[in-house]
Design a protein around this ligand. Structure first.
Ligand code: FES
Length: 616
């Protein structure tokens, strides 16, 4: 084995790599965020890098498929398939980076009366004396219970470790933070009691620092989930853990480290101390929830896809490695099923759909799309494997929502009008742009309802045996390759949108609710927030309803986490929501295959008894 030195540009990271370690594995080890949608199988093409100097292994069949011979000559390679044979210098292009993605932290604001699970009590203690020599902890509990009519009997071990020193340094006057019958933290008199709400997404992590006394958000921020370097979708990460159990520990550590970094940034912004954070709530899909807690995940990917635990969990922050007050608890909202997790419960909580008298569809679109139908006071939910296409995965020029991504697009005659993130020159196309492109190509009859690219436009060409539509030509990009939508891309998008639509359809059929009776469609999540709903309706991804029935809710899961942090009533409500949901597994739903095929067609339609009825 030979050790080679690898330079990753433009991130400026350098490190050693054995020649039996792939460039992707080396990047992960060095903390260089290279995208890997398929988890390193060589099929997603998201880990493209350019080898600028040095010698590497010969291209694999997957790489020959991903690149032209010219691109291979220019050094373009898939990092997961390539091994160094000498010292190398690489460029990681922006579309392959996992950082600098637009992170969404805003959501619907729902007002709630603060009723947190922790409360701080002011304490004034006497110093011990020879006539009253009881232990500091005993005297603290006695004073606390007497002065505030409580019945506390426990003190967290982390508090015990510092208690004697701290109360003396505070001259016997301080605050004791109590949760149920336990003292979980001691704070100086002047401190606030803060809470941390986290939406732990597969791709992104959103964090909120909250003042528990008034429920106000002091700071909000998002970061990328560093687990991405171990596979962008849940299944890739679960597969990785199944094959290499140590990966489970590593993924847990990565999530915790990212949350610790986020927490430090939030505290710096709010000028607060991390020891003032005395309660946290974390929501995520079931796989993220399990990975965060270090629970087994193999059973999530095997029929009948059961979680290790579905009820709410309270765990000490110190046991997870979270850098907040070490005696503080982290509360995880309940999960619904293997693929519908606490984040969906949080979304339902935030959007206040439970008492709905009218039929409401609530969906959170992502690599996995969770959908709920609230009808006749009942909630049915399902999970659709919509795949990474709307996050740019498996799409030739697809990329996540980062600088230079085309996010809006219109076709006017031969002209393509587009808008990129940050107004930068286009380098690819993100989910909302992809959705617009599909809708525009359909409306201008460049593609037919079956998704086939026709000859109806001068921008249609055949390139390397495949039909494609040129969005931004080579000449418009100063000689760089044209940005196109290929026939293969369109097939991927049809599968993604069919998964979502057939999920909605299956819930409607199971509940006996006709589609046109839906009065409200709530779309949550980052992708759902930025899409043009009209485009989604045009391609038949969403039901054909008046546009005023659609509501884009932003990060409703994060909002739900905030509510559960501030209010015990909301926390109890989350438990009720989760317990009332009837989960429907799509694979076992009658007629699902037929519904899926019908839902893959483009255009506006209703599906009745497995048959499609066009809507003009
Ligand atoms: S092709 Fe390399 S990670 Fe998917």
């Amino acid at each position: 084995m030979t050790a080679c030195t690898i330079d990753f540009e433009p991130v400026g990271r350098r490190g050693e790599c054995q020649n039996n370690e792939s460039l992707l594995a080396c990047a992960r080890r060095l903390g260089v965020g290279i995208s890997s949608v398929c988890g390193g199988k060589g099929t997603c093409h998201s880990c493209k890098v350019q080898v600028l100097s040095g010698t590497v292994s010969k291209p694999t069949p997957n790489e020959r498929e991903a690149f032209t011979s010219q691109e291979l000559k220019e050094g373009w390679r898939l990092a997961c398939q390539t091994y160094p044979l000498s010292d190398c210098k690489l460029t990681v292009p922006p579309e392959s980076m996992t950082t600098t993605q637009r992170i969404q932290v805003e959501g619907l604001e729902v007002k709630v009366h603060p009723e947190p699970p922790v409360r701080a009590y002011r304490i004034q203690m006497e110093a011990p004396s020879l006539s009253a020599p009881d232990a500091d902890a005993d005297r603290l509990l006695q004073v606390l219970n007497q002065q505030h009519q409580l019945n506390c009997g426990k003190i967290d071990i982390n508090v015990l470790r510092v208690l004697s020193t701290q109360i003396r340094s505070w001259n016997w006057e301080f605050q004791a933070v109590v949760r149920n019958d336990e003292v979980i933290a001691l704070l100086p008199q002047s401190s606030h009691q803060l809470g941390l709400a986290i939406d732990l997404g597969t791709t992104k992590i959103a964090g909120y620092l909250i003042n528990l006394s008034d429920g106000l958000t002091l700071a909000a921020k998002g970061v990328m989930n560093p687990q991405i370097s171990h596979g962008e979708d849940i299944i890739s990460r679960i597969t990785g853990v199944v094959h290499s159990p140590d990966d489970g520990m590593l993924l847990q550590k990565l999530a915790v480290e990212a949350i610790n970094g986020l927490c430090a940034d939030l505290c710096a912004e709010a000028n607060a101390g991390i020891e003032e954070i005395v309660e946290a709530v974390v929501v995520g899909n079931t796989a993220m929830h399990h990975l965060f807690l270090g629970l087994p995940v193999k059973q999530l990917a095997l029929s009948p896809f059961v979680p290790a635990v579905s009820r709410a969990v309270d765990v000490k922050a110190g046991d997870l490695g979270l850098h907040i007050s070490p005696g503080a608890y982290v509360h995880l909202l309940p999960n619904i099923a293997g693929f519908v997790g606490a984040d969906h419960v949080a979304m339902l909580l935030a959007t206040e759909v439970l008492p709905a008298k009218i039929p409401v569809v609530a969906l959170d679109i992502g690599t996995n799309t969770e959908v709920s139908l609230i009808h006749d006071g009942k909630i049915t939910s399902t999970s659709c494997a919509s795949g990474p296409a709307f996050e740019g995965g498996h799409i030739k020029y697809g990329m996540r929502a980062a600088t230079g991504a085309i996010e809006r697009l219109r076709i006017v005659d031969d002209i393509i009008q587009y808008q990129t993130i940050d107004g930068a020159p286009p380098i690819g196309i993100c989910g909302s742009g992809i959705l617009d492109a599909l809708s525009q190509l359909y409306l201008t009859k460049v593609i037919d309802e079956g998704g086939r690219i026709t000859d109806n436009h001068p921008r249609v060409r055949t390139y390397k045996g495949q039909r494609e539509f040129v969005l931004v030509g080579k000449e418009e990009r100063g000689g760089k390759p044209a940005i196109t939508i290929t026939q293969h891309d369109i097939r991927e998008l049809q599968l993604a949108k069919a998964a979502i639509r057939s999920g909605i359809q299956t819930l409607l059929e199971a509940s006996g609710c006709p589609e046109d009776k839906i009065k409200q469609v709530i779309i949550a999540g980052a992708f759902g927030t930025y899409i043009d709903v009209a485009s989604a309706v045009t391609i038949g991804m969403l039901p054909s309803l008046p546009l005023n029935r659609f509501q884009q809710a932003g990060n409703a899961a994060g909002m739900g986490a905030k509510l559960a942090l501030i209010s015990l009533t909301k926390r109890a409500e989350a438990q009720v929501v989760a317990s009332r949901v009837k989960y429907i597994e799509l694979a076992g739903a009658p007629g699902f295959d037929q519904t899926f095929i019908q839902a893959s067609y483009l255009g506006q339609y209703r599906i009745i008894d497995g048959k499609r009825e066009e809507i003009d």
